[in-house]
Ligand binder design. Structure first.
Ligand SMILES: *Cc1c(COP(=O)(O)O)cnc(C)c1O
Length: 391
């Protein structure tokens, strides 16, 4: 009874790696100085920790340390990128292009800008969740200032063709922002090769602490200028004021370091587990994979199941596995998520959707148990029985 369910919700957040915690601890108590204190050792110690962390994160995405602006996470980085560009470049045009399947932390700043007179195009996606590059190019106008397309989707795991998107943007002199929250440490992110001008990052999706992230802001070819969204002490070259959160920044860098070092074999491992789970589940009739079959994150499996009630399915599974439904269950209404709706499944209302998010600590025993329980729960719901307990 007291055993906690298996955690398969790694797109929502990940447990912090113990090695990250160890790296952070001295910065809470011993090296507690304010990195802006330039007159004494306490400040220098904090500054040294942050300098090293900044270099680590910059190396991971192939930029220079001065191009990293620390933020409280990807939400803030997205807001800074989108609103910061809008406020700076509005005299060149008030048109921004983004995608229907973006995270709310991109969609909502765009909706906010609409109220200020900006025009936003929300591009549709193809059935596999990828954007249509020709459509993107056709949508760019002379007054377009920014294109924002996420690197990897948080629901269906689909990885967008960043390099080609960046190329199109640069050919048209439009800035390219990407929300990389799900992609960091899971796919190679080289901002130069991918032609990215602004990249949002967060630590807590890669086994780092919550409440810390960064925005990469390109300094040359082109130099991106951003209007600050927080004003104050002028930290982060004026782009993001506030005393730097040293332990979180050090932990963020440690998490990135580990993820990059272990990426190759860890992703292979997760992919194998994910494929095994899907192989077992797909033995059922009327069960579908959402999103592109291969151009997707290793730890992601998003499925729709016909003939069962979505909330009953989650309820039946909740003592076994912690996962997320593909539906947004706000209040009592279960509506399909905006991402699944954008894939154009007319029937999406009639399907139950589940998002499995595997991670570093997912074992093959976990997957075996989850597969068996999910199969059993779906079968029994389809037979009209309500599951109360699964062996
Ligand atoms: C989690 C997530 C965010 C929000 O990141 P925070 O650091 O929690 O603010 C933004 N975009 C995507 C794609 C995400 O998965």
């Amino acid at each position: 009874m007291s055993q906690r369910p298996i955690y398969l919700d790694c797109h929502a957040t990940t447990p912090m790696d113990e090695r990250v915690l160890s790296a952070m601890l001295p910065y809470f108590t011993e090296y507690f100085g304010n990195a802006s204190s330039i007159t004494h050792m306490y400040g220098w110690e904090a500054e040294a920790g942050i300098k090293k962390a900044r270099e680590t994160i910059a190396n991971a995405i192939n930029c220079s340390p001065e191009e990293i602006v620390f933020t409280s996470g990807a939400t803030e980085a997205n807001n800074l990128a989108i609103k910061g560009v809008a406020e700076t470049y509005f005299h060149q045009g008030k048109h921004i292009i983004t995608v229907q399947t973006e995270h709310r932390a991109v969609l909502d700043p765009c909706h906010y800008l609409e109220t200020l007179g900006f025009e936003i195009t929300f591009l549709p996606v193809k059935k596999d969740g990828l954007i249509d590059l020709q459509l993107l190019e056709k949508t760019i106008r002379t007054n377009t200032i920014l294109v924002s397309v996420m690197a990897a989707n948080n629901e269906i795991g689909v990885i967008q063709p960043l390099e080609k998107i960046g190329e199109i943007c640069h050919n048209h002199n439009v800035l390219f922002h990407s929300d990389g929250a799900q992609a960091l440490g899971k796919i190679p992110l080289d901002v130069l090769r991918l032609n990215i001008d602004l990249l949002s990052l967060t630590a807590h999706k890669v086994y780092g602490p919550k409440g810390i992230g960064a925005l990469y802001v390109r300094r040359r070819n082109p130099r991106v200028r951003l209007a600050a969204q927080l004003h104050g002490g002028g930290q982060e070259r004026g782009m993001r004021s506030g005393t730097l959160y040293t332990p979180q920044i050090v932990g963020f860098a440690k998490a990135v370091d580990l993820a990059i070092a272990e990426m190759d074999w860890e992703l292979q491992r997760q992919e194998q587990l994910r494929d095994r789970l899907w192989k077992q589940l797909s033995e059922l009739d009327d069960i579908y994979l959402n999103g592109h079959g291969t151009q997707r994150l290793a730890g992601n499996l998003n499925i729709s199941v016909a003939g069962v009630d979505g909330s009953a399915l989650l309820l039946g599974l909740q003592s076994i596995v912690a996962l997320s439904s593909g539906s947004a269950c706000s209040s009592t209404v279960t509506a399909p998520s905006h991402v699944l709706t954008a894939l154009g499944h007319d029937e999406s209302l009639a399907y139950a959707s589940l998002r499995f998010g595997l991670g570093r600590f997912t074992t093959s025993e976990d997957i075996e148990r989850v597969a068996q329980s999910t199969l059993a729960t779906i079968k029994s719901l389809r037979q009209g029985r309500v599951m109360t307990k699964i062996p």
